[in-house]
Design a protein around this ligand. Sequence first.
Ligand code: GCV
Length: 717
Amino acid sequence: MQRLSILLISIFCFGFLQAEDGYKLWLRYDPVTDPQLLVHYNKNIRGFMIEGSSSTLLAAGEEVKTGLSLMLGIDIPQVSSVRKHGVIIAGKPGDSGVIASLNLKDKLSKVGDEGYIIVNTRYRHRKVIVIAANSDAGVLYGTFHFLRLIQTHQNISELSVESAPKTKIRLLNHWDNLNRSVERGYAGLSLWDWNALPGTVDPRYADYARANASIGINGSVLTNVNANALILTREYLEKVAVIANIFRPYHIKVYLTARFSAPIEIGKLKTADPLDPDVIEWWKKKADEIYEHIPDFGGFLIKANSEGQPGPQNYNRSHADGANLLADAVAPHGGIVMWRAFVYDNNVPDDRAKQAFNEFVPLDGKFRKNVLIQVKNGPIDFQPREPFHPLFGAMPKTPLMPEFQITQEYLGSSVHLVFLAPLYEECLKSDTYAGGKGTSVAKIIDGTLDKHQLTAMSGVSNIGNVRNWTGHPFAQANWYAFGRLAWDPYMNSSDIADEWIGMTFSNDNGAVERIRKMMLDSREIAVNYMTPLGLHHIMYSGHHYGPGPWVDRGRKDWTSVYYHRADSAGIGFDRTSKGSDAISQYLQPVREIYEKRETCPENLLLWFHHVPWDYKLKSGRTIWDELCLRYDGGVKSVRWMQGEWGNLKEFIDKERFEEVRALLIKQERDAKIWRDGCILYFQTFSKRKIPEGVEKAEKTLDYYMNYRYTDIPGISR
Ligand code: GCV
C-alpha cells in the first residue's frame, strides 16, 4: 500500500514516469539506500506538521510529503500535534503556537523576510525539527533546504541553520520571443505557450516555479530584452496573469520587458519622448492596467539605445530620463525598473569596452529610488573570460545588479559541458577596491558597501521546452548555481557543485569527487580551447559557437579583428594608458595592476595588452608558444573529461550517461576546430613554428574558415 502511494506521488509530481530523462532536475528525491543513514532518518523523521494554510505553505507541505516519502521509502504522515519524537514542524510564529512557544525570536529576527532557520529542539520533551521563518516564503525556502540535506545525505540530528538571502530580487531573464523562439536559446522553444494561454495551461509552468523556488529564485522576466510591445496589450496581460497566478504560491513574481517605443506602437502616440506629458500619462495608465491584471507585478526590464533598440536618446534624453519615466509609472504599485547598462554604439569611435561606463557614471544619483542598473559581469559581452565590469564600484549612489549569462551563448551552447559557477564566482570575488581593499563585486551588489536596500541579481535563462529543460544535462547545474549564488554571492563553486551532484547524480564520495573536478575545471578548459590568455570575442559571427578570429566584415565592433588585433608585431588589444585607456575606468591599484604587462594577470593579458609574439610569460615560454599550448591543452582536457566520465558509468543511469558521453565527443570535435582554426589563423601573423607537443591540425586554415556547423541547437539552417 505504502509503495503504491509512493508510485502515485511520483506520477502526480512529475506528470508521468519516464526513463531518466532529466525532467526532475535536482528535485529527484532518489531513495536513500545506505541502511545506516536510513535508520538515522527514520529515527528523526516520523511525521510533519505544516502550520498555516496559505497556498505557499500548502506547496511546502506537498514538497515535504513527496520528498520524504520518495527518499525514505515510507509514507511520512502529516500530523496536527506533537505526540511523538521526530515531528518536523514548519511554519511562522504567527501561525503556530508551537513555534511561538519555542523561543526562536532572536534567531528569526536575524533572517529577515525571506530567510529561515532549521533547528533540532524539544517541544514538550519530544524531539522535533523546526523549520521556522517570518513569512510563508521563508518556510518554503526552509523546506527545500531541509530536503536538500537529506538529498545530499547529511546528518540531521544537530541542525542549526540560519539562512537569509543576501540579495532581495533574484531573477531569471528569459530572452523569449512571443513566437516562442528564444534568442540565444539552445533548449527548444520557449516554455511560454502564448497561443494556448490563457485557456490552456502547461503543467510545466508549476514545475518551473517549483524548481526556481527550490534555489531561492523569486522573479522571472518572461520576455526578451529585444522587446515586443505586444506583451503590454490587454490580450497578452491576461495570459501573463495566468502565469503569475501559477507562480505566486512559489513566491515568484512576474516581470516584463518594456519596449521603449510602446506608446507609439500600441498606444497610437506620435512620440515616446520620456518628457512628453502624453507619454508620461500613457505609461502611468499602462502600469495601472498591468497591476489590475497582476497585483504583485514585479516591474520592467529595459534594453534601450543598444543594438537597435529604441530609447530615450532617440529624443536627446538620457538613460536616467528613460528609466525614471517607467519608474514613476510603477512606483505607486511598488514596482521596480531594471535598466540595462549594456549599451554601445558603432558610431562612437571609442573602445566598446568603455562605453557603458562613459554613459552611466555621469548619471549616478540621477535615478529614482526604484531603479536598478543591470550590468553584465564583464565590459564586453559574456565572454568565456572577462575582467569584472568597471561600473561595479563606480556608481555608489545607484543600486547595481549583475547580469550573468546562464545560457551558453559564447560557451558552446548546450553542447559543451561548462560549469559556470567558477565564472560567476570569479566576477563576484573580484576586488574593485571601491571601499578599499576587499571590496568585492559581491559587496557592491549585495548593498553592504553603499547601504542600498534594493539589491538584485539576474541570470539569462538557459531553459526551454526540451524534456530536460536545458539541453545538456550538466547545463542544469548552471541554472542551479545561479540561484544559489543569487541567494548567497559568497558561496563557492565547489560547495555548489557538491550539492548539485548529490541531488542530481550520486552521493558516492568517489563519484562526487570525480564529477566535481570535471565541473570545476570545465570553465578553464573551455577558455583554453576558445579564448586563452585574455583573447575575447573571436567567435564566428552570428551563432557565436565556433571560432571566427578571421571575421573582419560588417559592423566593426562585431568583428573579431577589432578585438584580437593580431598583426606581424604581436597580438592583443592595448587598453593601457597608451592604448584605449580602458584601464583608467578601474580604481587603483587595479588600474596599475592591469596597466603593466608584468603585473597584469596572464589570463587577461591579451585583453589589456598588445604583446609581441616573442613576449616571455612567467613560464619562460613566448606568448606564441603559450597560446598554442593552451589551445592544445584545452583539447586534451576534453579528452580527460571523456575518460573521467567513462569511469563513472556504474554511478549514472544509462540514459544520462550516454547522453553526456555523446556530447563530450562533440565537445572534443569542437575544441579541435577551435584549436586548429585559431592556431593556423594566428600563425599567418606570428609566422612561427607550432611548438613541440601540439597536435598537428588535420585540415588547412581554409577548411576551418569555411566550416559550417549543421548541429548547433536552436540555430535555424
Ligand atoms: C538579447 C549580445 C547577444 C544578443 C543579446 C545582447 C543583449 O549581443 O548576442 O543576442 O540580445 O547581447 O544582451 O542585449
